[in-house]
Ligand binder design. Structure first.
Ligand code: 13P
Length: 506
């Protein structure tokens, strides 16, 4: 019993009642007739001589009787199994089963299990027990009442596993040799000792594997949500680009496809009228799949207008003055052009820029007057060979448009048709490849989009000009940004011109 420092230990007096020849007699620990077997033990009583420290019932303590050392924790902390033989009063203990007890002790020893006797008896009582049983196991002291509560009514054997009672037997029902040979049967159901291997496995699972699995699951869920998000974005983008593609396709189908002839300074009046008639007749016979325009010298305009079916072939001039009217000898104003019945005028042709010094400023004036007079403008742009070789084609074309037409309002822009004519391809027989032409026209459309918006750009007709003939027209016109051609040499023969027009049917 662990007595707090300064507290007195409770002192007991134990009285043993024995019977001999029907006569009862009381003995105490000092005069108990250990060696006189004629006295038969009947009962024991314990009375408190001096009240001292009373340990609470859970304050179970085991003390070494000789040294007074408290061994409780040491025994409870013991690893593995520990047998405790509980015999409160060895003076009166039943020695009929000491063989069984010795057998269990041998079994414990052989298996490396601890085995201790716990008693409330004095050294004398312990000595008596050793004498009659030959016990070799150590006896430690524990309070008698506490011991009784350990085993309840009758003393016996307790089996501990690492400080926890996992089974107990009364004196009359000690485990037999057979049960001892199957040690697991010693363990009361529901009191299995903890299996450390399993506990370690469970601990590893709880501490490492489970968090890892959770982490992996979380990571996978996160990755999946990201994938779903990305896919949704991708689907959205795809839908958007599909919509845009459809829109562009629709716009392309909607925007005017045009084949325009530029006669330049060719054909007498009579020849011109005949050519115009021939073109008109062939297109009347076989409706074109595009708008057709012929642009003639000024002097042809009025006469050609008379032979053309305006619903089939449009008419345009090749130039107009940069002045409204007045003393400008040799010039022809936009109003005069319009008055012939013409609906179009070509402006900014490279030959006019090159040979007649038409600057961006002059062209800006011409465009303004042409539009003011209700003419549609076929505005030309394009780079020289040197400029292309220096890779300045984009820069040159942009400057030409910037200088003469990008000042127009969106409303005015509706009357503009652009024609990209690389100077190095005009009348040289050296056509730009369809890819080169497409690349430039796509660029021109992109700068129109920057200026007037995508929608307007998609509605703007942009033509290619420069050695365009019936043989290369289908390939050129198959490109998404090429909306037709401005034709020089090949527009002077009705059949050649028709061949180009027919490229839109392929
Ligand atoms: P060619 O078709 O003769 O090359 O001329 C193109 C042109 O300048 C059209 O305006």
């Amino acid at each position: 019993m662990k007595v707090p420092e300064g507290a007195k230990q409770t002192k007991y007096k134990t009285t043993f009642v024995c019977v001999k020849n029907g006569v009862e007699k009381e003995f105490d620990e000092n005069n108990y007739p250990y060696n006189d077997t004629t006295w038969v033990f009947k009962d024991s009583r314990q009375e408190i001589l001096e009240q001292g420290y009373e340990p609470p019932i859970h304050d179970f303590s085991i003390t070494d009787g000789e040294t007074g050392e408290d061994l409780t924790q040491q025994i409870l902390d013991k690893k593995g199994y520990t047998f405790l033989l509980v015999a409160p009063y060895l003076e009166t203990a039943d020695d009929s089963n000491f063989d069984e007890i010795n057998h269990i002790y041998e079994y414990a020893k052989a298996n490396g299990y601890a085995f201790y006797g716990l008693t409330a008896s004095t050294e004398k009582g312990i000595g008596h027990w050793r004498d009659i049983t030959g016990a070799e196991y150590p006896f430690y002291i524990t309070d008698g009442i506490t011991l009784k509560t350990v085993i309840r009514s009758s003393p016996g054997l307790v089996l501990l596993y690492q400080g926890t009672i996992i089974n107990k037997w009364s004196q009359n029902d000690l485990p037999t040799a057979g049960r001892l040979n199957a040690p697991l049967s010693l363990i009361q159901e529901g009191h299995e000792p903890e299996n450390h291997t399993w506990m370690k496995i469970v601990l590893i699972i709880i501490c490492y594997i489970l968090p890892l699995i959770l982490l992996i699951i979380t990571d996978r869920i996160w990755a999946w949500t990201q994938w779903v998000k990305k896919r949704e974005e991708w689907v959205k983008q795809k839908e958007q680009s599909n919509r845009l593609y459809q829109l562009i396709k629709r716009k392309r189908q909607m925007r005017k496809k045009i084949v325009a002839g530029n006669w330049k300074m060719n054909e007498t009046l009579q020849e011109g009228i005949a050519l115009a008639k021939e073109i008109n007749e062939s297109l009347k016979a076989e409706k074109p799949n595009c708008d057709v325009v012929i642009c003639t010298p000024f002097i042809h305009l009025a006469s050609v207008a008379g032979v053309l079916d305006s619903g089939i072939v449009g008419l345009g001039a090749e130039n107009c003055a940069d002045k409204e009217k007045g003393a400008y000898t040799g010039e022809v104003s936009a109003a005069m052009v319009k008055s012939t019945g013409a609906q179009y005028v070509i402006l900014g042709h490279s030959e006019r820029r090159q040979y007649y010094g038409e600057t961006a400023e002059i062209l800006k004036e011409k465009v303004k007057l042409a539009l003011a007079n209700g003419l549609k403008v076929i505005f030309c742009c394009g780079e020289t060979l040197e400029e292309r070789e220096a890779e300045k084609q984009n820069e040159v074309v942009k400057a030409e448009l910037d200088g003469s037409v990008f000042n127009l309002t969106a409303e005015e822009w509706k009357s503009i048709i652009l024609a990209y004519e690389p100077i190095w391809a005009i009348g040289t027989g050296k056509t730009a490849t369809s890819d080169q032409a497409q690349e430039m026209l796509a660029y021109i459309r992109s700068i129109v989009a920057e200026k007037y918006g995508k929608e307007v750009a998609e509605e703007t007709s942009i033509l290619y000009g420069g050695s365009c003939k019936a043989s290369n027209a289908p390939e050129l016109f198959s490109k998404p940004d090429i909306d037709g051609g401005l034709i020089g040499g090949a527009s002077l023969k009705a059949a050649d011109f028709k061949g180009i027009i027919d490229a839109w049917k392929k």
